[in-house]
Design a protein. Structure first.
Length: 155
């Protein structure tokens, strides 16, 4: 019985990165409305893909970008600790899905610090893969084409 439970948990854990690839970017764009109170997606040329808040960092190019590296943004302690302990770590789709689901456990896992603190209080309970697929679409370094920026779309 225990082996069966462990096998199931292992299968679920291994499936998480694959789930990142299964997101629907079109659905994620709509779902991103929950995020734009704090985050924007603005291309380097200043084109607004999604107008949003500045409480959180600009998420253009986040997939494939080094953790806590957005110029001019003041990050919280926990995410800075992740970046310090893992200086070459970049955001993957799987990490972003895990992070937006609940930032605190991801920070604890990445820092081994149960007291890790996050400034991000929002937890996304569903459609995480869709939002991350949308972010990947707007992350040229991750293989996304930044299509919306190239077309000059503005929301």
């Amino acid at each position: 019985m225990k082996i069966s439970i462990y096998a199931t948990l292992a299968a679920i854990t291994l499936a998480l990165p694959a789930a990142a690839q299964d997101g629907d970017a079109a659905k994620g764009e709509k779902e991103f409305n929950k995020c734009k109170a704090c985050h924007m997606i603005q291309a380097p040329d200043g084109t607004d893909i999604i107008k949003g808040g500045k409480t959180g960092p600009n998420l253009y190019g986040v997939v494939g970008r080094k953790i806590a590296s957005e110029e001019g943004f003041k990050y919280g302690e926990g995410i800075l600790e992740v970046a310090e302990k893992n200086p070459d770590l970049t955001w993957t789709e799987a990490d972003l899905i895990e992070y937006v689901t609940d930032p605190k456990p991801w920070l604890v896992k990445m820092t081994d610090d149960k007291g890790a603190k996050t400034k991000m209080t929002f937890k996304m309970g569903k459609n995480q893969a869709d939002v991350v697929a949308f972010l990947a679409q707007n992350s040229p370094d991750a293989g996304g084409d930044g299509e919306a920026a190239a077309e000059g779309e503005s929301n």
